[in-house]
Design a protein around this ligand. Sequence first.
Ligand SMILES: [Zn+2]
Length: 228
Amino acid sequence: MTTYNHEKSVRCVVCGTSGPQIILTSSNTLEGPDLDTRPGEMLRSTMEHWLQQCHSCGYVAEDLTEERPDASAVVSSPGYKTLLHSTNYPDLARKFLLKAHMDQVLGAPHDAAPSLLSAVWACDEYGSPTQATACRKQALALIQGAFEHNSFLFEDKGTTVAILTDLLRRAALFEQSDTLIDDQAPIIAEPLIRKLLCFQKYLIGRRDVGMHKISEAHAFGGDPPEAN
Ligand SMILES: [Zn+2]
């Protein structure tokens, strides 16, 4: 069951303005996640409330009351303001992009990566395929850039590879996704990740850019590539 606190007045740490925020207090999932870890319902329908946005200055954070050094300088910067007033993305996607921008400027790529993924999901839900692809490419630039320096922006290397292959495939970058699988599958031992990569290879062969669930990879009968 999903529950909210509708009465909460929150004071923005950047500008000092207080305003109402709907706080998500609990949720659950009745179906499994997609290949890129997008959660199933009902949790997916709570995305509007994963972040708070100040109605006055536009600051976005998980908790607007939490002190964050240099946040006000970022909110005042031309880059943040341009994105805040941009009409290029659905409102929900823009909120996640603002959070990702803040995290990247403040040197927190591990926090920026999940926000960029959420922006992708918001575009899938409310935007156009073109907007979703633009967000996927932004996420790819950050995650691939870190990966090349042996920094994994999700919980471990296997998870990062699994998410990267899906981002590449869904952006129709089939050859890049296929090459990444060929490079990484032989050195990844986790059975689930190997199953996911095997299923991705099948989807790439079909030039499929669609959304698929992790449960489909479990049901897929192909043989994973051998680990060394
Ligand atoms: Zn504010």
